[in-house]
Ligand binder design. Structure first.
Ligand code: PLP
Length: 464
């Protein structure tokens, strides 16, 4: 988080304190050591000093059923006692098959196969490769281009970063390790993108028109896929799409034979109140490839997945019948066991429905409290996935200058009050994000939700 060095020292305390020289882990920052977490349970994370912090963002929107769930722990232990690892390029396991069946039951939206990996970035790279190979196999090798959006974040591996718009994460690698066959269209960012007097339908139609023009300008027959997060997360701060946008996008993709890759690494697994976020985008919307991560393993194991539509599978079957991509740890048995147990808890406890219901309460509570404050420009999101954007002037929407970003101060003050929230990040469209993301566990108690809203407001008061 953006916790200051003095704060980190205090959090680490005597028990948890690590000197810079004593740590041989390559932390992202080479000038300070992040606070040491020693345990986590339910909606709380505990540091070396004993300080317990309410996990208002489940790390990076990961721990969807909270920490330390005994059923997941038991499932992992049982799997380890059977088989921890087998080379899943050559073999399969009952638990990987069971996880695929659990996620794909009823063949939702034509999605018929799951490729399991160990992170969201791997899922995105796998999806890009699967999409490209599909066209090679069906005799359209001229399709070499990808179209993505501003304010997108799809991961840090070379492929995933290439379709992202995260300025600072891309900058050092641009000329060397970022693919240059990607072009961008506008994000669905109503707060700054929707024109005055423009209806939601008109805004939606304008965005779809822009995508059409982008396809036309590069030659639609050269495009492999359009890539989008149904609800834009890390870089975008929970931006949703205007009504009809994804229906228009789907129609365009169908017209030109372009694949639609939806990235639900952050917004999926029930976080928006439906298991798949795109399910709220209207009839007829479906992805050709869908990526999952974060909530899939719920933080109990590093898990990601690509779900493939049967059309893509049939395409490969009409050719080589072999996906030219694999990882040593793909479909890792213990990872699959953890993810399967998380899915079972989700289903048994009705947690996706709780996410939707509690999300409505959360939205109202945020709007009624912090939403009324001087520097809060926009609150947006869905389910239990909310972004708050800060501006120095609500009327003009003028952002704070980079050195005075509200986000970092708020994240620090929240932490001081034992609340963890997720800071926003830089984007490619000339505006550096000044927002936080709230993404609590779906099964946080009503009291914990009340605490989250209260602590957030107290932190805001300390900054303003
Ligand atoms: N896609 C989205 C939408 C994400 O938010 C992220 C991570 O924040 C990723 C992909 C990459 O996932 P990972 O960090 O697990 O590689």
């Amino acid at each position: 988080t953006g916790t200051s060095p003095s704060e980190k020292k205090e959090i680490n305390g005597t028990n948890g304190q690590l000197d810079l020289e004593a740590s041989h882990v390559l932390h992202n920052s080479l000038i300070s050591i992040p606070p040491t977490v020693v345990s986590a349970e339910g909606s709380y994370v505990t540091f070396g000093t004993g300080r317990r912090v309410l996990d208002g963002c489940t790390g990076a929107a990961v721990a969807i059923i909270g920490h330390g769930n005994p059923e997941v722990l038991a499932a992992v232990q049982e799997q380890m006692s059977k088989v921890s690892y087998t080379h899943t390029v050559a073999f399969t396991t009952p638990v990987a098959e069971a996880l695929a069946n659990e996620i794909l039951q009823g063949n939702p939206h034509g999605l018929s196969r799951a490729f399991f990996v160990s992170s969201g970035s791997e899922a995105m790279d796998s999806a890009l490769k699967l999409a490209r190979q599909y066209y090679v196999e069906i005799g359209q090798p001229q399709r070499t281009r990808l179209v993505s959006r501003q304010r997108a974040y799809h991961g840090n591996t070379v492929g995933a970063l290439s379709v992202s718009s995260h300025v600072s994460r891309r900058a050092p690698f641009l000329d060397a390790l970022v693919l240059n066959n990607v072009s961008y269209v506008s994000a669905t960012y109503a707060y700054r993108g929707q024109l005055e007097g423009e209806s939601e339908e008109e805004y939606s139609a304008r965005l779809v028109q822009e995508l059409d023009e982008q396809f036309q300008s590069v030659g639609p027959e050269t495009v492999i896929a359009f890539v989008a997060e149904p609800v834009g997360g890390a870089t975008a701060g929970c931006i949703t799409a205007p009504k009809g946008y994804y229906q228009g996008v789907r129609r365009l993709c169908d017209r030109y034979g372009i694949l639609l890759i939806l990235d639900e690494v952050m917004c999926g697994s029930g976080r928006t109140g439906t298991y798949f976020a795109f399910e709220q985008e209207g009839p007829g919307v479906y992805p050709d490839l869908l990526t999952m991560g974060k909530g899939l393993g719920g933080g109990y194991a590093p898990m990601g997945a690509v779900l493939a539509h049967e059309k893509v599978i049939r395409g490969l079957q009409s050719g080589s019948s072999y996906f030219v991509h694999s990882h040593t740890y793909q479909a890792h048995a213990v990872g699959c066991a953890a993810a399967l147990a998380v899915q079972k808890v989700l289903r048994r406890d009705g947690l996706v429905a709780r996410c939707a219901a509690k999300g409505r309460w959360f939205e109202a509570a945020l709007n009624a409290t912090i939403g009324q404050r001087k520097y809060v420009g926009n609150i947006r999101g869905r389910g239990l996935f909310w972004g708050i954007e800060f501006v120095q002037n609500r009327a003009t929407k003028e952002p704070f200058p980079p050195a005075l970003r509200f986000t970092w101060k708020l994240v620090d003050e929240a932490f001081r009050r034992h609340l963890s929230i997720y800071p926003g990040a830089g984007t490619a469209d000339g505006f550096k994000g000044d927002h936080v993301i709230l993404a609590p566990p779906y099964n946080a108690s009503d009291d914990e939700f009340e605490d989250l809203v209260r602590l957030l407001n107290e932190a805001y008061d300390a900054v303003e």
